[in-house]
Design a binder for this molecule. Structure first.
Ligand SMILES: *[C@@H]1O[C@H](CO)[C@@H](O)[C@H](O)[C@H]1NC(C)=O
Ligand SMILES: *[C@@H]1O[C@H](CO)[C@@H](O)[C@H](O)[C@H]1NC(C)=O
Ligand SMILES: *[C@@H]1O[C@H](CO)[C@@H](O)[C@H](O)[C@H]1NC(C)=O
Ligand SMILES: *[C@@H]1O[C@H](CO)[C@@H](O)[C@H](O)[C@H]1NC(C)=O
Length: 303
């Protein structure tokens, strides 16, 4: 063995001990069976003995994720986060990602709710202590980091922010369809708790400009929503309480029962259901889509 190759082996061994401690540390997580596809990688590196630790060590300050293959001895690092890039299923590849709260620009994700998975969004929102983000050790499914339908996530995401609500400057609620924002509202969250920000007087910006001055909503605009009997119309922004004329901007049906469902055109066999008006006025639930529409995901952010 030449002196040079000995030297290389020693270096690799030394750096391996160091990188192993990097991956044992809480900074990165690994998910295998997926490959990330980014058009502008930061670095593409080749290592004969690829390990998750070795790849994670290449992911420095400006890097937020990486994808590596032991088989192809490659590690590719990206500026984007795990949830900002497309993936493919591929048994030869793994992904390395930062063990951090989910962010988008200055927003931090507080909650992500999936439609029709038969798990109450509201009950989980109120489940103090249940947290899917660090420093939790919960093994949150990696598919659920995505905002589009790829990989079909069947779990809600609840952040520790909800257990330490600080009265944020802004709270944003958005509905998504396959990752695309289809409707949103931004509220002032100053001096609020985790429910009270959802109030018409706090609307700062909205996809529906008519929402500010709509005087027909005052009795119904609350986070808890309309819950008489077995009805669970959470966060409902509606203006009539008679089944055949229910008008709404926004509503989360959080159980598979509603006393008006036989008057609505909506199938209510599973929940939660995210409904919105695609127009700048309220939509009638007894009419057919596309007069009202259903979204597949609801996201709530704070900043
Ligand atoms: C939710 O419940 C309905 C009715 O029981 C069922 O048809 C549906 O498959 C369930 N969905 C999931 C994701 O479990
Ligand atoms: C909404 O906020 C206003 C102003 O602070 C308050 O008077 C009202 O009670 C709130 N509405 C609800 C339903 O809590
Ligand atoms: C809402 O009402 C206020 C006060 O009457 C008015 O100045 C404002 O233009 C209205 N906004 C919209 C979007 O109609
Ligand atoms: C609402 O549904 C009930 C029960 O199916 C039915 O008797 C009633 O006629 C419906 N009303 C309208 C306005 O469709």
């Amino acid at each position: 063995m030449s002196e040079l190759s000995c030297c290389v082996i020693c270096l690799v061994l030394t750096s391996f001990t160091f990188v192993a401690s990097v991956v044992k540390s809480p900074f990165f997580k690994v998910a295998c069976g997926y490959k990330m596809i980014g058009e502008t990688p930061l670095k593409i590196l080749t290592f004969r003995n690829m390990t998750p630790a070795l790849c994670a060590m290449q992911c420095l300050d400006d890097c937020n994720s990486a994808t590596y293959s032991e088989r192809y001895q490659t590690c590719t690092t990206f500026r984007e986060s795990l949830y900002e890039l497309p993936w493919t299923k591929d048994q030869d590849w793994c992904m390395v990602y930062r063990n951090e709260p989910i962010r988008s620009a200055a927003w931090t994700l507080v909650f992500k709710a999936q439609s029709r998975i038969n798990v109450s969004f509201y009950n989980m929102w109120e489940m103090t202590g249940y947290q899917d983000d660090p420093p939790s050790t919960v093994d949150f499914p990696v598919e659920c980091f995505r905002f589009d339908k790829w990989g079909s996530c069947t779990r809600h995401y609840r952040s520790s922010v909800l257990d330490n609500w600080l009265g944020y400057g802004q709270v944003k609620v958005a509905f998504l369809n396959n990752g695309h924002e289809v409707a949103f509202m931004i509220f002032s969250g100053v001096s609020t708790n985790r429910q009270s920000w959802f109030n018409q007087t706090r609307v700062a910006t909205s996809w529906w400009t008519s929402l500010w001055n709509d005087t027909s909503l005052t009795n119904y605009f609350t986070f808890t929503g309309f819950t008489s009997g077995s009805n669970r119309r959470r966060m409902s922004i509606v203006s009539a309480n008679s089944c055949h004329i229910n008008l709404m901007y926004f509503m989360v049906l959080d159980t598979d029962y509603d006393e008006c469902s036989s008057n609505w055109s909506l199938p209510l066999s599973s929940y939660p259901v995210f409904l919105y008006s695609p127009m700048n006025y309220q939509a009638k639930l007894s009419s057919q889509p596309p007069e009202y529409r259903e979204a597949d995901t609801m996201v709530i952010w704070v900043m």
